[in-house]
Design a protein. Sequence first.
Length: 293
Amino acid sequence: MPPLVSVSTTPPETPSETPSPSTPPTAKVAETLCVRMDQPLVQATLGAPVVTLQTKAAPADFGLPTYDVCQFGLSTSPSGPVLRVGISVLPATKATLTGADKAYAATKREPARAAVVGEGGFGTSTFVVFLLKGRLYKVSGPPATLAKYVVLGQEVVRQAPGLPEPQPLIAQPDCERGSPAAAKVMGAPAMVRRDGRTALGDLVCGWVTPTSVLSTSVRRTPSAEALMAPIRKAPTAQSIPLGDEAYVDAATGRTTIRVGADKLVDLVPLPARAIDPDTMTSFALAMSPLYTR
């Protein structure tokens, strides 16, 4: 990767509001950034027919790192393309950026290139990730060019000064039932919680530490039974008695529960690794009533 270019420092960040366990707050840092962004610039850069700030909070983007996310609709259709803007929930360094670059390279998707934005980053024709004042930022959306995503990244840099700090706790009370089992899977209690709901109302739960992430979410698909076929046939799959069928992969820890013909529940530990199936099964047992009742 070529040398990375630094940008000027930002003013001190303002403190966030105190979260309430009973009424989970939204990820204000991401929301604030999207409100600030120049929508005509976004529209012109991507050639979108419209750009609409989506006011409903989007679930976090779980990974290493995990991002708080806000998004813009890029068409008049509710199911049309979106532009997602993410901010890492935990502090980041050059090493975090390098780790994210290596993790992306391991996916064997479109090769990433260096991106001169913020304090340096990388990207492709569909996203850019960069470091700025101790956080990673990710701008992703429909196919365009890396140059266009760099333009959008530069707009994020302009709007980032003075953003509130990401809140450690964004929690749904229902997700709490899984916290003790999640700590056993991860090897430590979560430092950050990121719970929410999808546009269809399905619960999303997430536990985050600097080195590990565990999340639960739902896929709505008419092909649920067909998608389970390769999961159940994997040599490392172990059946567990949940939903209509469920399997934990002993090689990756990923656990999938099928509920009817159109619903899959995913329980995903990151990084993927060999995990005692009994540990993941205990976590799945704790969480499954939220998705199968």
